[in-house]
Design a protein around this ligand. Structure first.
Ligand SMILES: O=C(O)CCC(=O)C(=O)O
Ligand SMILES: [Fe+2]
Length: 291
């Protein structure tokens, strides 16, 4: 089955509908080629210093770099894309008060790389999250062209409803072929994996994953983008990275400089802002968090 493509003027409703049915969708040319060129050049110095992976899963011919919010100013625009934000509101919103950036990673699949094993990203939570809860949404922004030959992400549309043990037939695997500036959205529950690269040039994608804010982040954003850098970011982006309270108590901090401070201190205060939860007087969710 092929992957559904939408154009850049589509509505979040169309994207959500496609995700519900197929668990994958491509939005063509959502950002400009100039933005992608800027990202490519901002990432280049890091790739020059990065070795390939050490395992078959991470890819023996594949280079990966993280901390993209800190390293690439232009990636920040991708992370905050307004259409993607609306899709996240509809997709992750039903399961949480807030969602967050889970991981940022640029993946360069080099020549002669083998196909990555198909997997579900929600597997990182060890099977503890019931299937009725969607914990993740992944966005893969094409920085290079993505073709079947150069390692376009393999996906199995519709596999989010399959039993855990069902393996896809070859004809059930599709390839996320797209232009630079297009984005593949895929849920944490769909089978996918990096593709095989049979060409002479690398396939480069910028991955930004989002997750429910009551889950531990895959890439620790506070260490990957420490406060010295975070203080100069757009407050909305900073909040999306987890420098914020999510719900009444999640993510508060205690300043090591003040003794016996038992009040909730919102990370927002570090940057002179208010938390949207500061006015909560009677936190219902603390009284009964059952569902
Ligand atoms: O590089 C890709 O296309 C997919 C990578 C992936 O799914 C992963 O590393 O978990
Ligand atoms: Fe994956």
């Amino acid at each position: 089955m092929s992957i559904k493509h939408l154009n850049s003027t589509c509505s979040e409703k169309e994207v959500l509908e496609a995700l519900k049915i197929h668990a994958v969708v491509i939005i063509d040319n959502l950002v400009s080629k100039n933005l992608i060129k800027a990202i490519d050049s901002e990432l280049k110095p890091y790739f020059e210093k990065t070795k390939s992976g050490k395992s078959e899963f991470s890819g023996l011919k594949t280079q990966r770099i993280g901390a993209l919010i800190a390293r690439s100013p232009s990636i920040r625009e991708l992370a905050m894309n307004p259409l993607i934000k609306k899709v996240l509101d509809g997709f992750l919103g039903p399961f949480c008060d807030d969602y967050q950036i889970n991981l940022t990673q640029a993946v360069s699949i080099g020549p002669d790389e083998k196909p990555q094993i198909l997997h579900r990203d929600r597997g990182m939570y060890g099977g503890f999250i019931p299937r009725k809860i969607e914990p993740l949404l992944g966005c893969v922004w094409a920085v290079s062209e993505f073709t079947k030959e150069n390692g376009a992400t393999q996906v199995v549309p519709g596999s989010h409803t399959w039993d855990k043990g069902r393996e896809p037939l070859q004809e059930e695997i599709s390839y996320a072929e797209m232009n630079p500036g297009s984005v593949l959205l895929y849920t944490g529950t769909v089978l996918h994996g990096g593709g095989m690269n049979q060409t002479n040039s690398p396939r480069l994608g910028a991955f930004i994953h989002y997750s429910l804010s009551w889950l531990r982040q895959q890439e620790n954003q506070y260490l990957s983008c420490p406060t010295e850098i975070a203080k100069n970011l757009d407050p909305k982006l900073r909040s999306l990275m987890g420098y914020s309270r999510a719900g009444y108590v999640l993510g508060y901090f205690s300043s090591p400089n003040e003794k016996d401070n038992l009040e909730l201190v919102s990370p927002e205060e570090l940057f002179g802002e208010k938390s949207k939860y500061d006015n909560f007087v009677s936190p219902k969710e603390l009284v009964d968090g059952s569902s």
